[in-house]
Design a protein around this ligand. Structure first.
Ligand code: GLN
Length: 183
């Protein structure tokens, strides 16, 4: 999706030595407990946290949103990056069979005049609390599903599984903004 949106070089990050010369980092969906475990075991957690503190833009989708959250309800001990001031509830909609797709009207300025967002929730978390500095860009049933805080963007759904590239485009704009600010 990032390539389709015209991002430059897109690389997979698997080891600590991959964490260099990055303009941004995407924490994908999957299983946050596994991502946590690997970040710790591979000695990447400290570095990723430091990059977040330095202001490297990060985009977390679904499990990635859990990884970015400052608080994880019911699992406060789960290691996380903790750079986005929200509380999440893992598997809030139920098990895998309760996964769902829907259309959501976003009031966010860049999306409000376009078609509704196509959101795919797969054993998704819910954002149950939003702290200071966090802007809610889209909601479903009154719950935030797309949020931004400075260079941090997170959604509880999987925008990469749809043809709607607007969320990734927004992230690339955030990355460009930071590059310009640093130039
Ligand atoms: N249920 C997963 C978790 O708790 C997230 C699922 C996903 O990323 N689609 O990490």
């Amino acid at each position: 999706m990032l390539r389709r949106c015209g991002a430059g070089k897109v690389v997979g990050i698997r080891l600590a030595e991959d964490l260099h010369d990055l303009d941004a980092l995407v924490i994908p969906g999957g299983e946050s407990t596994v991502i946590s475990k690997l970040l710790v075991e591979q000695n990447m957690m400290k570095r990723v946290k430091a990059l977040a503190k330095e202001g490297l833009p990060m985009f977390g989708t679904c499990a990635g949103c859990i990884m970015l959250a400052t608080d994880i309800q019911q699992r406060p001990e789960q290691p996380r990056i903790g750079a986005l001031n929200v509380t999440v509830d893992r598997n809030a909609y139920g098990s895998q069979i309760d996964s769902f797709e829907t259309k959501v009207k976003s009031e966010y300025k860049a999306f409000v005049h376009g078609p509704p967002l196509h959101v795919v929730h797969i054993r998704a978390p819910a954002i149950v609390d939003v702290g200071q500095g966090v802007e809610v860009l889209a909601k479903h049933n009154d719950r935030p599903i797309l949020v931004r805080q400075g260079g941090m963007l997170a959604c509880t759904f999987h925008p990469e599984l749809t043809n709607d590239s607007r969320v990734h485009q927004l992230f690339l704009e955030m990355v460009q903004e930071r590059k310009q600010a640093l130039a």
